[in-house]
Design a binder for this molecule. Structure first.
Ligand code: CP3
Length: 351
């Protein structure tokens, strides 16, 4: 049974008395109880051990009155079953052992069965759902969007941030690009469907690198594959789907064609501005700058209030969140302050 909640009704377009609030990366290194688990277990071990993944997912819910949880995993671990070697290196981030360099590397990628490849996450989902349903708190599942997964599979460097490798593949080997995207579409769709079957109440697609695309590239090389993912997922589950095109403001007109339920927004734009760019189509999630949480608490309160007032001006519901994940060393008191400010807020009657 899925929880009916402020978060899910907001994602479905029904505004409540206040916006729901949750945070991307709400389980993570800013929490001492998370760091304690990570001292004993590697990142991949936590993800692959359902009891640990469930425990870590629930940690922020025991501290803060959040309106949603997100299952603890990463967008990259599902690539392992495709034949990609992944490790998380302390102080560096994800490292791919055998990045795609030529067509053969794409041809040898397999599309794994999600139950075999990521059964551990599906187990963790079931356990978190049984803990959260009595509390009326919904759980989100997620996956990386095909473009962003391709970015990492090619070991594209975040520092160059231009996407030279991925763009060269697109321009120089269009057939190889198509084959890679088709395999990623299949992996992502079946994985999201399996998460819905395991009991999540919503799904989020992270497209963290799509901001490097021109609208032209996005239209022909990215959007068609995203549409395939969303269409396949929709055909087998009715849970709402959230899309997060980080840095993708210039793509808003094209993104507004996607049949998703809601869009997550980074901090670079105001909610009313982006609402217009999306033709008022979507509930919007976001978009407090994660770095504001390092400011004095009255600044945190004031900036949260500003986002709440901007969110009240958009056409569809607003879901309070950050514009990107919570950063390491974020003060816990600041996270608590945002939650408190949102929970005390009420929409006024429209006049
Ligand atoms: O949001 C959540 O609490 C759910 C879990 C989650 C993680 N990563 C855990 C994680 C989710 C939804 C992600 C998504 C993810 N992972 C994205 C998309 C969102 C974004 O940040 O743009 C991307 C690009 C990744 C890939 C990834 N994983 C990177 C670049 C890094 C290194 C950067 C960092 O923050 O260390 C990771 C590691 C990672 N994923 C951590 C966590 C909690 C830190 C791991 C640790 O050292 O404990």
């Amino acid at each position: 049974m899925r929880a009916h909640s402020l978060l899910i009704s907001s994602l479905r377009g029904i505004r409540g008395e206040r916006p729901p609030v949750w945070f991307m990366r709400q389980a993570g290194r800013y929490l001492p109880e998370y760091r304690a688990v990570r001292e004993k277990h590697s990142m991949l071990d936590v993800i692959r051990t359902p009891e640990l993944a469930a425990q870590v997912t629930l940690q922020p819910l025991d501290r803060f009155e959040l309106d949603g949880a997100i299952i603890f995993a990463d967008i990259l671990n599902p690539l392992i079953g495709m034949g990609i070697e992944l490790d998380f290196v302390e102080g560096e981030g994800p490292r791919i052992g055998n990045p795609i360099q030529q067509r053969d590397d794409i041809s040898r990628l397999v599309v794994p069965d999600p139950y075999e490849n990521t059964g551990y996450t599906l187990e963790a989902i079931k356990s978190v759902v049984s803990a959260l349903t009595p509390r009326g708190i919904p759980l989100l599942g997620f996956a990386g969007a095909p473009f962003t997964l391709a970015w990492y599979a090619l070991a594209e460097s975040g520092k160059s941030a231009q996407g030279k490798r991925i763009k060269e593949l697109i321009y120089n080997d269009p057939q190889g690009w198509r084959e890679l995207m088709e395999k990623l579409v299949e992996m992502v769709s079946t994985y999201l469907i399996a998460q819905a079957e395991a009991g999540v109440s919503a799904l989020q697609l992270f497209d963290s690198w799509v901001g490097v695309c021109s609208p032209q590239m996005y239209r022909t090389e990215v959007l068609p594959y995203l549409e395939q993912v969303v269409t396949q997922v929709r055909a087998s589950t009715s849970v709402p789907i959230v899309y997060f095109p980080l840095g993708g403001l210039g793509l808003a007109d094209l993104v507004s064609e996607l049949p998703v339920d809601a869009v997550s927004v980074d901090w670079r734009v105001s909610l009313p501005t982006v609402d217009a760019a999306y033709h008022h189509r979507f509930p919007l999630q976001g978009n407090l700058d994660p770095v504001i949480l390092f400011a004095p608490l009255d600044t945190v309160r004031r900036e949260t209030a500003r986002i709440l007032h901007e969110g009240a001006q958009i056409t569809k519901p607003h879901i309070m969140n950050l514009g990107h994940g919570i950063l390491p060393h974020t003060p816990i008191s600041a996270v608590a302050e945002v939650v408190k400010t949102v929970r005390a807020f009420r929409y006024r009657e429209e006049s």
